[in-house]
Design a protein around this ligand. Structure first.
Ligand code: SF4
Ligand code: SF4
Length: 202
């Protein structure tokens, strides 16, 4: 869940229409029109990516009149399916996968079950990936993959491919490095146990 209190505002006079802000916005909140950037106030999460990268300092962050709440209610979707996606992605459903917004794996799985099929749509619904914008792209891609969705990389947009995990290491590589002190099987067993442990709420 994220409570958004800031909003990007474009200074039209200063904007030179370079389109950089449109390409770095994690929620597709900016569109170019007649070589000027326009912000969708219903989507902007106030993450400041655009503000930090505008070459002519044409973007300011202003306080929202009313905070915007971004949250997917996990109880509104099938809990078994949420668990299935998380398990396949090797996450505990209660695990925080975005520390900037404290978004948990189950909320992202719920967003996917409600139709989000790209990292940007997941960010729009949950607010994830609107802090540092770096750490949580891997868990998002793994959860999408677990749901059978492979989103195409949007042209020119920042996006990082999925990196291998301990489960992806080929058998011959494991065997080779097991001899020199690596513990892939043990690591895998421990991570499997963590992903299946449930913390009682309340
Ligand atoms: S980059 Fe961040 S601050 Fe700028 S419009 Fe998009 S969500 Fe809002
Ligand atoms: S980055 Fe700045 S100059 Fe470029 S389109 Fe966006 S607001 Fe305009």
């Amino acid at each position: 869940m994220k409570t958004v209190t800031w909003l990007a505002e474009i200074n039209e006079e200063k904007c030179i229409g370079c389109g950089t802000c449109e390409k770095v916005c994690p929620v597709y909140a900016i569109k170019m029109k007649e070589r000027k950037a326009i912000v969708d106030v219903n989507l902007c999460t106030g993450c400041a990516n655009c503000n930090q990268r505008c070459p002519v300092y044409a973007i300011e962050l202003i306080k929202r009149d009313q905070p915007l709440k971004l949250k997917v209610d996990v109880s509104s979707v099938d809990a078994v399916k949420v668990d299935e996606i998380c398990k396949k992605a090797k996450f505990n459903p209660q695990q925080i996968i975005c520390y900037c917004t404290e978004t948990r794996a189950d909320e992202v799985a719920a967003a996917i079950l409600k139709g989000a099929d790209t990292p940007e749509k997941i960010s729009q619904m949950t607010g994830i990936r609107t802090g540092c914008g770096v750490e949580c792209i891997q868990p998002i891609l793994r959860l999408l993959d677990a749901a059978g969705i492979v989103p195409e990389k949007p042209k020119g947009w920042q996006w990082y491919g999925k990196t291998p995990t301990v489960w992806d290491i080929p058998a011959d590589v494991r065997e080779k490095y097991n001899k020199s002190g690596f513990y892939f099987e043990e690591d895998q067993k421990l991570l499997d146990e963590i992903s299946e442990t449930r913390v009682k709420k309340g």
